[in-house]
Write a protein that binds this ligand. Sequence first.
Ligand code: ADQ
Length: 483
Amino acid sequence: MSKTIIISNRLPVQLQISDGGLSAIPSVGGLATGMKSVHSGSESLWIGWSGLTDEDIPDGLSETIDSALKQHGCSKVKLTKDDVDGFYFGFSNRTVWPLFHYFLEYSEFELDFWNSYKAVNQKFADAILEEAGDDDIIWVHDYQLMLVPQMVKEKRPNATIGFFLHIPFPSYEIFRTLPWREEVLEGLLGADLIGFHTYDYERHFLSSVRRLLGLDVSFNDIYLENRVIKVDSFPMGIDYNKFHEAAKKSSALKGKQRSDLQIKLDEHKKSAPDTKLIVSIDRLDYSKGIAKRINAFEYFLNKYPEYKEKVRLIILAVPSRSNVPQYMLLKREIDELVGRINGELSTVNWTPIWYFYRSLPFENLIDLYTSSDIAWLTPLRDGMNLVAKEYVATRTDKTGVLILSEMAGSAYEMNEALLINPNNFEEQADTLKQAITMPKEEQMARNMFLQNRLKRYNVEVWANEFMNSLKSQKQGIGTYVSQ
Ligand code: ADQ
């Protein structure tokens, strides 16, 4: 009987070592939720890094960790601190991440990073090869593991291998600057199906394959020796019901049952009923355009001063990759910008920006989504952007306005949102005004379309469509209908 093997950089389980022993808590992130239908039962195994380096694991605890992970259908890849520094903080996040998000000037082409990336990809491939039989289905995730498909295919030519990239694939002109561009493409071409969030990323990839490797490409099929590799787009959805039901429950809670954050937001609404709350939620990452958004907000308040004391911007930034230099610089830039603007514009009754630098529990995230009249998301580049989808899903009465950057993959499916170019302050100031003054009926009409689409194409459908396409590709049935 064939089994399914999922591989991602991190396992969908958080390990915690404390005096009381070891605990393994399942993650609640989008990928873990989406893969539930694929990763269930004894026929499935998830391979990845546990988040603890070899140096972090006390003597004798490795086996205990293995058995704790086994209960969740997981198996760990052992990585040293040097591996994580070179492969994850190095090549993945100082070379590939900036390059694929069009931050060419941030991308570091370091041979040591590349060597570490190759060595660690081989560790992941070896972990798969230990487990995989010829008939197994293997699904590799994301930019940290782009060499794994080929490393596995070489040893298990009959295994069915899928790869999904969660970040953009850049245009050929950007991608060609990578010194190891051919190796990365060849690594990916070990897969039988390669999936992207949007048609544009798919097109960019095909163009690089044609121009850099000179391979035959017909529509979305690549011909390589005796193999046909399918490339397609699968826009990732969210667990719509989870967000929608949590929002319903949160608004049904009364008095003391409400969270502290919700009580504060309620008080704010009572004391300033005409003030509109605008929320933005992202990991603290330069690709998310947070600094530009803050500048655009100042521009808006100067262009339309009648909205001073009538709007408040809530910025929730989740700490991320904080030992990569660009992220430290960005943190400082945002701290200073918020401080300056609040210092210059605040009044006794009003602070224009509330800034939180932390990760919030799920219920608080829901509180923020449901209490905000507007969500304003301005990535300069974003593979998809799930926050946009989550905001819409929580609008149980269908009010609320989403302002979304056209540079996010999700913009392709969310035409009823107000789409903006994050570099255009003039347009954003006018769009904020449009959002603030938008009649409720129009908000509801727009959200109705958006919600119906999100409900239909949820994360489970996304995972199943990828898996079905992978299986039919391998069987050569060719019944998959391109989206
Ligand atoms: P990310 O860049 O992390 O993901 P995104 O898609 O927006 O971006 O997902 C962020 C997730 O983190 C959301 O589910 C959100 O709810 C959660 N989150 C955000 N702020 C939080 C906070 N303060 N506390 C707790 N949770 C918080 C990458 C790509 C994206 C792509 C996804 C999925 O960069 O483009 O959409 O993978 O493929």
